[in-house]
Design a binder for this molecule. Structure first.
Ligand code: ADP
Ligand code: MG
Length: 400
């Protein structure tokens, strides 16, 4: 049951309504990072090269259903024109007669960007009337906004009921391929690196990946909940004592399934953190048994753990990383995360996939953004997809 894509449909002479993710950072009306704009180009180009017209819908920020010039997409249209190398018609509305007339006047091969869909309160409510109005803007629907595919909104899900064919663009196609097919039937050894803040955030993903992975490497604050479950002390580390049973169940499942489930053997600890100044007080290490004393907090995996994890990563044929190994936002706590990112990038014979907003940030910050096989464009969406949930924005599309 594969989702129909932009490659499966006739585009010549058609007006394609493309939902893109142009939720880009703006400063004084200028786009400061155009990664998401560049990401949408292959899909837009496909439409216009085939003799179609591209009508783009996107959200920007959280205007909460009200028109707010601060969240206008007009300057994003200019950045798109520059990236595309051709003019982009900006239409200051996304529904109604004026918008319909403006898109009807476009000639084949042209590109138009409509105003922020979240200026309408019906967008996030998936209002069917708004979805129907969006559907009037074109002859087919293309969803290429993976970052919002886990939300059932009028422009990501509702519209697809009224505008057929409804297909995936290249960005979503790639996400489904890497986060879906390639981890579903991963070539082994399949090594999964899981970190981040909380066991409770990641438990569903841990549980599901225990059925697919050969090896799971745990880092980040969630490691301390596992440490508690094993009777270790964690001092003031961010741990969830009420999730110890969950941690024990994961350890048991790993044992039953023969999954190698590794926890940190040492930790970097600090006696204070100043998040405002991104600095720490005294730095130390957990003891030989991995215990952390009172008054100290675990902030990163230690050097022995890095070596242990590195050797597992080097053997892998498929690697999935979701969640940093420590508080990588602070220089004194980023060594573990960066060393693991380096190890992932260094294994050129493995397919390496990075999912999760902070993990992606960390891998890029470490300088390995271009040295892994795939970087997911979805934060929350990639986590939900890895959990095995159906994403409304994908489910709404036609199946092949
Ligand atoms: P992702 O976005 O990749 O899925 P998460 O959102 O789950 O990752 O987790 C990222 C956050 O986890 C980061 O902000 C990081 O500072 C935090 N974190 C990692 N290790 C620790 C730790 N030892 N103590 C507290 N926070 C941590
Ligand atoms: Mg995150």
């Amino acid at each position: 049951m594969a989702t129909k894509t932009i490659q499966d449909v006739e585009l010549h002479g058609k007006r394609a309504v493309i939902r893109v993710d142009f939720n880009v950072p703006l400063q004084d009306g200028e786009v400061t990072d155009n990664t998401r704009i560049l990401g949408a180009l292959p899909t837009i180009r496909r439409v216009i090269e085939q003799g179609g017209t591209a009508v783009l819908l996107s959200h920007l920020g959280r205007p909460k259903g009200e028109v707010n010039p601060k969240f206008s997409l007009e300057s994003v249209g200019k950045a798109l024109a520059e990236a595309l190398g051709q003019p982009v018609v900006f239409i200051p509305e996304s529904r109604g007669e004026a918008a319909e007339k403006a898109v009807a006047a476009l000639s084949p091969g042209s590109v138009a960007l409509l105003e922020n869909v979240r200026f309408h309160p019906g967008e996030e409510k998936n209002d069917p009337e708004l979805a129907k109005d969006f559907a009037k803007l074109g002859d087919l629907y293309v969803n290429d906004a993976f970052g919002t595919a886990h939300r059932a909104h009028a422009s990501t899900a509702g519209i697809a009921e009224h505008l057929k064919p409804a297909v995936a663009g290249y960005l979503i196609q790639r996400e489904l391929e890497f986060l879906g097919e390639k981890t579903e039937s991963a070539e082994g050894p399949f090594v999964v690196i899981l970190g981040g803040a909380k066991v409770s955030d990641k438990i569903t993903v841990i549980d599901r990946l225990l059925e697919k992975a050969d090896t799971i490497l745990i880092g980040g604050a969630m490691a301390y909940t596992f440490a508690l479950a094993q009777g270790k002390t964690v001092g003031d580390s961010l741990a969830e004592p009420d999730k110890m049973d969950t941690a024990r169940a994961a350890l048991k499942k790993a044992e039953e399934r023969g999954v190698k489930f590794l926890l940190p053997v040492d930790n970097v600890i600090v006696d204070s953190i100043d998040f405002g100044n991104l600095s720490v007080g005294n730095v130390g290490s957990s003891d030989e048994s991995g215990n952390i004393p009172d008054g100290w907090e675990g902030v990163d995996i230690g050097p022995k753990t890095v070596e242990l994890y590195r050797s597992e990563i080097a053997e892998a044929k498929t690697i999935l990383m979701n969640g940093p190994m420590g508080i990588f936002e602070i220089d004194a706590c980023n060594k573990g995360t960066f060393a693991i990112a380096e190890a992932v990038a260094a294994n050129k014979s493995a397919l390496s996939i990075i999912g999760g907003g902070d993990s992606v940030k960390a891998v890029k910050q470490a300088g390995y953004g271009d040295e892994v096989s795939f970087i997911s464009t979805g934060g929350g969406a990639s986590l939900e997809f890895l959990e095995g949930k159906t994403l409304p924005g994908v489910a709404a599309l036609d199946d092949n």
